[in-house]
Design a protein around this ligand. Structure first.
Ligand SMILES: Nc1nc(=O)c2c([nH]1)NC[C@@H]1CN(c3ccc(C(=O)N[C@@H](CCC(=O)O)C(=O)O)cc3)CN21
Ligand SMILES: O=c1ccn([C@H]2C[C@H](O)[C@@H](COP(=O)(O)O)O2)c(=O)[nH]1
Length: 322
């Protein structure tokens, strides 16, 4: 192959397309060519297997969709909640974040037969600690696995075990990024096989791998299952946010956020969102400044993040499949 061939830009790409075209192209491809199937929720999806979206984080840029308004503070509160290790929705509901409420609510309705409204359920979770303990926990989901992955050690007699100290994967990866940046083992894993049955939902954004090159920190997320109409916007934001926080904590510049999806799908009841979003043109670029450098990765607060230049088109509501 000649140098000229290697240097040639791929056909049909303009010099510097907006990153969001990767998302819109994927959305169009799934909606027009995806395999239509019945899914766990009964809603039905069109689905495609295997996709990648890349985003350059340099200069403070953040992957916030502009073809609909994305509530990045909600997604940020969720990420900060994961980092506390909490798995009870109470702290989220207390901040007005209801993105996880439907799963405990569904269990409550099934087990009690009570036709309680979501807002009343959420209010009770906040007001009543004992109620929250009984009904608000999602099981050992992301937060638990990230900062307190359970271990067991032999206890005396053969066959008996006791709990060992939990593994804080976030702290361990930060340590390995600092002490051994070239490692290929900077991984945060949510897929704890033994504990899957106890989780309200098995993790979707299950594996984060970090990579240091040329003083920059990149992160690749493998998401086994992606609701492209709703979840993706949050998952892509949180991937970038976590990368920025980790980079700040180990004095590296942010590199790239690489998102990979396994089963990437659109729910059949998201047709009007898909049509509306595909009719819009991406514009502008959100940037984020982290206003302070907290002592540790576990000390960030919502006020630490300032987003500028975000002028999205209107929010598009869509139902969530439970
Ligand atoms: N079907 C499905 N899609 C998901 O994206 C998803 C799940 N289930 N289950 C677990 C979590 C919960 N997540 C959710 C749930 C709801 C929204 C949602 O309703 N988003 C709206 C409003 C956000 C807000 O209230 O601030 C949106 O327009 O983005 C987003 C992510 C992501 N996950
Ligand atoms: O962060 C998340 C969490 C969940 N999702 C979506 C992906 C699927 O539509 C459902 C999960 O259902 P499974 O049957 O367990 O795959 O939630 C997401 O996109 N992002």
């Amino acid at each position: 192959m000649t140098t000229a061939t290697l240097d040639a830009a791929p056909a049909a790409t303009c010099a510097n397309p907006h990153w969001e075209h990767q998302y819109l192209d994927l959305m169009r491809r799934i909606w027009t060519q995806g395999d239509e199937r019945v899914d766990r929720t009964g809603v039905g999806t069109r689905s495609l297997f295997g996709a990648t979206i890349r985003f350059d984080l340099s200069g403070g840029a953040m992957p916030l969709l502009t073809t609909k308004r994305v509530y990045w503070k909600t997604a940020t509160r969720e990420l900060l909640w994961f980092l506390t290790g909490d798995t009870n929705i109470r702290a989220l509901c207390a901040q007005g974040v209801e993105i996880w409420t439907d799963w405990p609510l569904d269990r409550y309705r099934r087990e009690t037969g009570e036709a309680i409204e979501r807002k009343d359920f959420s209010a009770r979770i906040v007001a009543d600690e004992a109620f929250a303990r009984e009904w608000g926990d999602l099981g050992p989901v992301y937060g638990k696995q990230w900062v307190d992955w359970p271990t067991y050690e032999p206890a005396g007699e053969e066959g008996l075990f006791r709990r060992g100290p939990g593994v804080n994967q976030i702290a361990q990866v930060l340590e390995s990024l600092k002490s051994n940046p070239g490692s290929r083992r900077h991984i945060i894993e949510g897929w704890n096989v033994a504990e899957l049955p106890a989780m309200a939902l098995p993790p979707c954004h299950k594996t984060y791998q970090f990579h240091v090159s040329d003083g920059k920190l990149s992160c690749l997320l493998y998401q086994r299952s992606c609701d492209l109409g709703l979840g993706f916007a949050f998952n892509m934001w949180s991937l970038a946010l976590l990368t920025r926080m980790m980079a700040q904590q180990c004095n590296l510049e942010p590199g790239e956020a690489v998102w990979t999806g396994g089963d990437v799908h659109l729910y059949l009841n998201h047709g009007s969102l898909v049509e509306e979003q595909l009719s819009r043109t991406p514009s502008g670029e959100a940037r984020m400044t982290i206003l302070r450098r907290p002592e540790s990765v576990f000390d960030y607060r919502i006020e630490d993040f300032d987003v500028s230049g975000y002028a999205p088109q209107g929010h598009i509501a869509a139902p969530v499949a439970v």
